[in-house]
Design a protein around this ligand. Structure first.
Ligand code: LMR
Length: 397
């Protein structure tokens, strides 16, 4: 019956993480998947999240289905987090938000919506981008192309080339943009660059699709939403998929959302209706537990304060690791420039190591980074940073 089913080549991130799990070496180091680990090497259970969960569990009653669009208090809390409670687009009723199965779920529901209502639009992805972006949008049947983003020479952004490519792209193309902490490079647009991008997006009538999976890991929770607020203020229509996997450590609860910013309040009614229709077809309605925790953390003033401080400490620990790796590598390989570890932001750095060198790191030293050269800085800790530097030094000299 299934002879014609092809083998699955595996996923460049999730499958490598599984290989790491099976690796029997005691000194192995996981810098592959985008998960924040504490200095003890474990995924932290944030005290704010734990406290919220205990409250939620204590109050738990019957478990009815959630509506197709998800829990109302979760959706409102997400909108306030992304846009700011007093945002004019929100006040004008121009924003619809649905709870989704992680931000991947938000990307997928958004991609299906775009395929239906903008079937001939091409989706423009940054070169490079998160490996799964292509799979999600292609999986919805959309055409994919790329725009220049990362400059291999400088380890920074090739902004002029990016701007030029978008300025000559087809009208109503969908542009997938990482709102902060670009995955995989850690290279972001500055505020000034976002402002210069805006007229290009408007002039070409492009459809921005923002992916915000790392809110709080760049500058801070508010600043990391800069582009969302800039676009909302400009009156443009756009999509945002956001996630609480990283900033609340709720990976397995799959807590995310999709927001669509419409030109008028009247248009939100049908947009919301069609988003619900997609959800109903795909998985009916989202799960309840994680959304209750997120809503509690975001809306309880004490828990909110605690959570914001926890996000600061996660962000700062990654900074410390960036500095330590930079220092260790600079001492071991004098004359080589590792400043990109300091200038790139968020969870990831793009090391420029070749796939072969990445394989060597894994096979000879048990250091796992993606074959693209992406390293998750949040997997470094005070006990493995020196070993990581030694392994990289041994590979590159
Ligand atoms: C990553 O990029 O490693 C994470 O976002 C996990 C994933 O789903 O790929």
């Amino acid at each position: 019956m299934f002879r014609h089913v092809q083998p699955y080549a595996g996923d460049s991130i999730l499958s490598l993480n599984e290989t790491f799990g099976k690796d029997p070496r005691a000194n192995k180091i996981n810098l592959s998947i985008g998960i924040y680990f504490g200095d003890d090497g474990k995924i932290p259970m944030l005290p704010s999240v734990r406290a919220a969960e205990l409250q939620v569990v204590a109050e738990a009653g019957a478990r009815p289905y959630l509506p197709m669009e998800g829990a109302a208090n979760f959706r409102t809390a997400v909108q306030h987090l992304l846009f700011g409670a007093d945002n004019a687009a929100l006040q004008a009723g121009r924003v619809v938000t649905i709870q989704t199965v992680g931000s991947s779920g938000g990307l997928k529901v958004g991609a299906d919506f775009i395929k239906h209502y903008f079937p001939s639009s091409t989706v423009l992805l940054s070169d490079p981008t998160w490996d799964n972006h292509r799979a999600v949008f292609e999986g919805s049947g959309l055409k994919i192309s790329t725009y220049p983003y990362y400059d291999t020479e400088t380890g920074g952004l090739c902004f002029d080339a990016m701007l030029a490519a978008l300025a000559s792209s087809e009208r109503q193309s969908v542009v997938v943009l990482h709102a902060c902490c670009h995955n995989p490079t850690g290279v972001d647009l500055s505020k000034d660059q976002w402002q210069r991008l805006l007229p290009v997006l408007q002039e070409r009538e492009l459809i921005p699709f923002l992916d915000l999976a790392y809110q709080g890991f760049g500058d801070d929770i508010q600043e990391d939403a800069f582009i969302i607020r800039l676009l909302a203020e400009s009156g443009m229509s756009f999509f945002v998929a956001n996630s609480f996997s990283k900033n609340m450590g709720l990976y397995g609860e799959r807590c995310g959302a999709l927001s669509v910013i419409c030109p008028t309040e009247a248009q939100t009614v049908n947009v919301m209706g069609q988003l619900k229709a997609i959800v109903r077809r795909d998985y009916s309605n989202p799960p309840m537990h994680g959304a209750k925790i997120v809503a509690r953390v975001l809306t309880n003033p004490d828990l909110r304060l605690l959570w914001e401080a926890e996000v600061v400490s996660m962000r700062e620990r990654i900074h410390v690791m960036r500095n330590q790796l930079h220092y260790a590598l600079s001492s071991k390989c004098s004359g080589r420039d590792f400043d990109y570890f300091l200038t790139q932001r968020g969870m990831f750095s793009y090391t420029g190591l070749s796939p072969l060198q990445c394989d060597q790191l894994k096979d000879s030293f048990g250091v796992y980074i993606l074959r693209s050269g992406r390293m998750c800085m949040a997997g470094l800790n005070s006990r493995n940073v020196e070993a990581t530097a030694s392994a990289i030094a041994a590979i590159i000299v």
